[in-house]
Design a protein around this ligand. Structure first.
Ligand code: C5P
Length: 420
């Protein structure tokens, strides 16, 4: 189970587990509380008949069980159970222990539903708080120097064995964005699966069903596609038992795209070369941000091309890029006001030249309390730096009230990781 959080005064069991099986039987078995294992005498307090159950136990503690359908026929079951410490010690004295109870309940579900094997990984989206673009190289890439920050907005990829490839996409993005994700073999996650298969020596006839649960905007300048590739690498490595170690995964990630190694690594890092050569920065204090989304993506190659055109037009001598000392100093001081002064993105000028309307969002975010507003990567997502978590929540609320689509988030966020 992915998370088991306990607080001293309240015992709080909060975890989720994924089942690759039909949702109907899953809900029916869970609703039938009288046949649950153990002697907790559960009572069903409420059910919406589809996605949520609230159950009370003999000691009057309550648990909420929720279902979410993910792509690829995978269901996520989330349990939140809160009991006071005294309730639980009374419970323990009476011969039951919640930890064991929930474990047994999920074992029973697995035994009765016989779900297929599924591997699941989540990967973070990113912003670049500092981004210098050097000259265009013969490889077709630009030399860059960037400060990547992984944010707590994650993609989830599920992988199961099948006889044909299929890619299924769900998520919190609008239909317009979700429908723009290819579901055929051109999707990067299929390329990932083929590469892991080759590395593992898996027979060619074995194909995969890949589900992508998307929350990072498509072509948004936040590395959403790269996060999908990173999550697919880790999930398929697990599913096929390929045993690829961190170094091999990093190499494969770099071949897949410039931002994929960082999506694997998460946290905060300086990226040079194409962006794939990383130096992790440890102990970066939480940075609170607001992301302001856009319905229409921007093509990364088009933004780089526009930057080259703008630079050529003014005959700019393009310098070899590096992350400035001032920026690193401000990051290490963990002071958002200092950081606001030194954040920078060379791609911003090009993104604004293609999408001048983005300027309005930046100005509006500043008017509503952002310390700095900037284009994220190649755009069109705007990132606004906030002084605190509360400030980020307030700025996001104000932007949403004005009709923009904004969320408060923070970084550094966890690397690509397997989930139960
Ligand atoms: O590496 P990735 O496939 O994500 O890059 C997409 C495109 O972005 C490249 O084809 C290139 O046009 C541009 N790019 C670049 N310099 C970089 C990274 C990406 O010009 N360092």
């Amino acid at each position: 189970m992915s998370e088991l959080a306990k607080r001293p005064e309240r015992l709080q069991y909060s975890f989720s587990k994924h089942f690759a099986c039909a949702d109907g039987p899953l809900f029916l078995i869970l609703s039938d509380v009288e046949r649950w294992p153990g002697n907790l005498q559960p009572r069903l307090l409420s059910s919406n008949g589809e996605t949520e159950l609230i159950v009370a136990f003999r000691d009057n503690s309550r648990a909420t069980i929720r279902f979410a359908k993910l792509a690829g026929g995978v269901n996520r079951v989330t349990v939140e159970h809160e009991a006071s410490a005294t309730e639980n010690s009374a419970g323990a004295a009476a011969g039951f222990d919640y930890e064991i109870f929930w474990f047994e309940l999920f074992e029973m579900l697995s035994a009765r539903l016989m779900p297929g094997k599924v591997a699941i990984a989540t990967a973070p989206g990113k912003v670049n708080l500092f981004f210098k673009v050097g000259p265009l190289l013969e490889t077709g890439y630009h030399d860059v120097a960037s400060l990547y920050l992984a944010v707590d907005l994650r993609e989830t990829v599920t992988a199961q064995i099948a006889t044909e490839y299929s890619v299924q996409v769900t998520g919190s993005l609008g239909d317009f964005q979700l429908l723009s994700v290819p579901t055929d073999e051109s999707n990067l996650v299929v390329k990932v699966a083929e590469q892991v298969k080759a590395a593992a020596g898996t027979p060619a006839a074995i194909k995969l069903v890949l589900g992508i649960d998307k929350h990072v905007p498509v072509a948004g300048g936040m590395g959403g596609g790269s996060a999908d590739a990173a999550a697919a690498l880790v999930a398929v490595n697990d599913l096929l038992g390929a045993n690829l170690g961190p170094e091999r995964l990093h190499e494969m990630a770099a071949e897949l795209g410039s931002d994929v190694p960082f999506a694997l690594a998460g946290g905060a890092a300086i990226g040079v070369g194409r962006g794939e050569q990383l130096t992790a920065l440890e102990s970066v204090a939480p940075i609170h941000l607001v992301l302001i989304f856009d319905d229409h993506g921007l093509s990364t190659p088009a933004v780089y091309r526009r930057l080259d055109e703008l630079r050529a037009a003014r005959q700019e001598q393009v310098q070899s890029p590096e992350v400035s000392r001032e920026f690193i100093g401000a990051l290490q001081k963990s002071n958002a006001f200092d950081l606001a002064e030194v954040m920078h993105n060379d791609l911003e000028e090009a993104a604004l030249s293609l999408r001048p309307d983005l300027q309005i969002k930046m100005t509006t975010a500043l008017q509503h309390g952002a310390l700095r507003a900037m284009v994220s990567g190649s755009g069109p997502t705007i990132l606004a730096l906030a002084a605190s978590e509360a400030a980020a929540t307030q700025i996001a609320r104000s932007m949403n009230e004005l009709g923009y689509k904004a969320i408060a988030t923070h970084g550094p966020a966890a690397p690509t990781e397997l989930v139960d």
